[in-house]
Design a protein around this ligand. Structure first.
Ligand code: G6Q
Length: 546
């Protein structure tokens, strides 16, 4: 890592964008006054999603220059390279083919000379067969009882997608089944997940691409002990109560799970891009195979839109570019994702991994330090709850927080006036952020001079509004694929490796060194820095074993 990378910042379009921003983009109030059609013009409808991006600090010229940046960065070639199965994950020498997971049966995507689409459909068939047997009650536990509880054990990419999808699609779930998700190494996670469950009616899905992740393997072993207690140690019970989702058949077998009950995937599926692979088995069990296929179809529709639509009418490209504009030219450090849909409560958490693990990188693909910001911090909560807590800062704080509002025309639970009030709020928030309230408006309301500054909203705060008809499995697929491709667009322009995650390794290695120092019966001589040594000694002193 020697010199700074200046390839991106010396691009013609980049320089033109910097000049465009420096010359001053008028306040959103003025942009809307000058162009009475702006609110209708700066919108786009594609693959069943509607995007209003008019409340961003852009002019027509900015928009044109952003599209130039995409072209000058070779975005089209990058997209084609991914869809063609090229090994664009260069630090791990892998293809990046989550798009193959939702490709139709007759598609062909070649990796190392082999069409991977038939393999994808073979696993889907196997998942479908298992889901049908489990949901109908014909798959029984070892003592002949029907399985009523499903616990997914996995972490990171093997947890966040299944949890998010389960919550998002709860409306479509079989309510006679209970679903729980255990991820944390903190024993509380497991303890609370099983506290009220009968092990004879419980199935564990051990979801781990590598089958080596310490959290997942420790939780899986604890689950095995918990189960075997009910069966007096008879390990034949395992075959009826454990299935695995993994790429590592050898380790699955070693754990004692029958590989006939293993659902595979491939090294070209990244963990955070795997919710539509066999990692989605819990999702399929919850919503049923038909709904799962509908979700895949939604993903695929967005893939096709991203692959084929011209940049000026391409949803992920436009949102990706607007994100770059806010991050790199306005210095926005975060993006708030604000779904006005209670079922999407875990969507921001899911996006945190997708966006930040993918694009939280400090060197280019060539290993040169970047001289521009990469991924912003993603966060958020469902509306309207957030309005009564952190929105204050978004409206009147000193930071610029671009917001993505997500809303649906039809509620899933149509109760009284709730949905109209919900939607009124999402529209009002975007309006207030963009247009604010001037000192003149405040004074004209008779507010005394000393109080007026506190009641002023400067406005000019950017947001996107995404709308769809209603939250269905298909729409969820579209939404997730939309953000996957936003991440791709930005990673391609920033010229970074969006598909590795070396940044999670160091902490894992250090923890492996510390574990024996904490567990040792004799006093260890920790050889870390003085702070870490002191913390280890203090912990050992305070820890009381039961
Ligand atoms: C995601 C990451 C990471 C991974 C977990 C779980 O992109 O690779 O979050 O999903 O570390 O890994 P396993 O599935 O191998 O247990």
């Amino acid at each position: 890592m020697t010199s700074k990378n200046n390839q991106l910042t010396s691009k013609q379009a980049w320089k033109a964008l910097a000049a465009n921003q420096k010359n001053g983009i008028p306040h959103l109030r003025d942009l809307f006054t000058k162009d009475p059609k702006r609110g209708e013009k700066m919108t786009l409808e594609a693959a069943g999603l509607f995007l209003d991006y008019s409340k961003n600090r852009i002019t027509d010229e900015t928009f044109r220059l952003l599209l130039n940046l995409a072209t000058e960065s070779g975005l089209k070639d990058h997209i084609d390279a991914m869809f063609n199965g090229e090994k664009i994950n260069i630090t791990e020498n892998r293809s990046v083919l989550h798009v193959a997971l939702r490709a139709p049966k007759n598609a062909s995507i070649i990796v190392d000379g082999v069409n991977v689409v038939p393999q994808v459909h073979e696993v889907l068939e196997k998942m479908t067969d298992f889901a049908d047997r489990l949901r109908s009650g014909s798959w029984k536990g070892y003592s002949g009882k029907r399985i009523r509880n499903i616990i997914n054990i996995g972490i990171g990419g093997s947890d966040l997608g299944p949890v998010m999808a389960y919550e998002a699609l709860k409306y479509y779930c079989d309510r006679s089944l209970t679903f729980r998700f255990v991820s944390n190494i903190d024993g509380t996670d497991f303890a609370e997940a099983v506290i009220d469950l009968n092990s004879e009616e419980t199935l564990f899905i051990v979801s781990s691409k590598t089958f080596t992740t310490i959290e997942t393997m420790t939780n899986a072993l604890t689950a095995r002990d918990w189960l075997l207690k009910a069966f007096k140690g008879d390990d034949k019970a395992i075959a009826k109560h454990f299935v695995a989702v993994s790429t590592n058949a050898a380790l699955v077998e070693k754990f004692g799970i029958d590989t006939a009950n293993m659902f595979g995937f491939w090294d070209w599926v990244g963990g955070r891009y795997s919710m539509d692979s066999a990692i989605g088995l819990a999702t399929m069990l919850a919503i049923g195979p038909r709904n799962f296929r509908a979700m895949l179809d939604g993903f695929h529709q967005m893939d096709e839109h991203f692959r084929t639509a011209p940049f000026e009418s391409n949803l992920p490209v436009i949102m990706g570019l607007l994100g770059i504009w806010n991050t790199n030219f306005y210095g926005a450090e975060t993006v708030a994702v604000l779904p006005y849909e209670q079922y999407l409560k875990r969507f921001p958490a899911y996006l945190q991994q997708l966006t930040m693990e993918s694009n939280g990188k400090h060197v280019t693909l060539d290993g040169v330090e970047v001289d521009y910001q990469t991924s912003p911090i993603y966060w958020g909560e469902p509306g309207t709850n957030g309005q009564h807590s952190f929105y204050q800062l978004i409206h009147q704080g000193t930071r610029l927080i671009p917001c993505d509002f997500i809303a649906f025309a039809e509620p899933l639970n149509n109760i009284g006036r709730h949905h109209d009030i919900l939607m009124a709020n999402v529209f009002a928030q975007a309006e207030a952020l963009a247009f604010g309230k001037t000192p003149e408006q405040v004074r004209s309301e008779g507010v005394p001079e000393w109080l007026a500054p506190h009641k002023v909203f400067e406005g000019n705060r950017p947001s996107n509004t995404i709308m769809a008809q209603k939250l269905t499995p298909e729409v969820l697929g579209k939404l997730v694929a939309l953000y996957e491709h936003i991440v791709f667009t930005q990673g391609a322009i920033w010229n970074i490796g969006s598909f590795d995650q070396w940044g999670v390794e160091l902490g894992k290695v250090l923890a492996q060194r510390i574990i024996p120092e904490l567990e040792s019966k004799t006093e260890p001589e920790p050889r870390h820095d003085t702070s870490t040594n002191n913390l280890i000694r203090r912990y050992r002193k305070q820890r009381r074993s039961e």
